[in-house]
Write a protein that binds this ligand. Structure first.
Ligand SMILES: [Zn+2]
Length: 197
């Protein structure tokens, strides 16, 4: 599908040429699916996730946990760690960077659209592909065979609670901004700036 439109001065010109969806097995899991997206038949982004939010499914971009260096030994620890993994020194578990509402940012997106038009189009396309896969599964019943992603099949279906909460907050923040009629460009370096207004 060609994502080519002009809305509020922003233009999306990427063409998503393939979306692959791998549903998770456990219906209680808020992580509903993994996706990979091919752009312009030339570039693949993997590990997008479909999360079941309070207002329906939304898309999370591939991300990593933030970490920082221990002041004593320099070892990198994740932001919520109370002790250094290397030297055992005490760490402040509340030291994560905060958004403008004072809430901890523990994850940063690794690949993401940099304008809202592209984000909206991408998310629409991915959610549509997700619904199509769910439908294909219910049509096929016991005969459903999930697509194979090779090494993708071995990704963990676990998603930590901190991350889920952070994603839901970001999603609510976007909806709030949309309601208020302001749709600022997606900022780069998600961890420290995205979500700030
Ligand atoms: Zn240390």
């Amino acid at each position: 599908m060609q994502l080519d439109g002009e809305t509020s001065g922003q233009t999306s010109r990427i063409q998503i040429t393939e979306i692959r969806v791998k549903l998770t097995d456990d219906p209680r899991n808020k992580l509903k699916a993994y996706c990979s997206v091919t752009i312009d038949d030339a570039f693949v982004v993997r590990d997008l996730k479909i999360i079941e939010g309070s207002k329906g499914p939304f898309v999370a971009m591939p991300s990593r946990k933030l970490a920082d260096h221990c002041a004593r030994c320099g070892h990198k620890n994740h932001m919520r760690a109370s002790f250094c993994n290397q030297c055992g020194g005490g760490l402040d578990p509340d030291r994560a960077p905060r958004d403008d509402r004072g809430r901890a940012r523990l994850h940063a997106d690794l690949a993401h659209p940099i304008n809202s038009q592209t984000r909206i189009e991408l998310h629409k396309a991915v959610v549509r592909a997700y619904y199509e896969e769910v439908e294909a599964m219910s049509r096929a019943g016991a005969n459903y065979r999930p697509k194979s992603f090779d090494d993708f099949d071995h990704l963990s279906d676990m998603i930590d609670v901190d991350y889920l909460e952070e994603l839901e907050r970001r999603q609510e923040e976007r909806e709030r901004r949309r309601r208020e009629g302001s749709a600022p460009a997606e900022r780069t370096g998600g961890a420290h700036t995205e979500g700030a207004s």
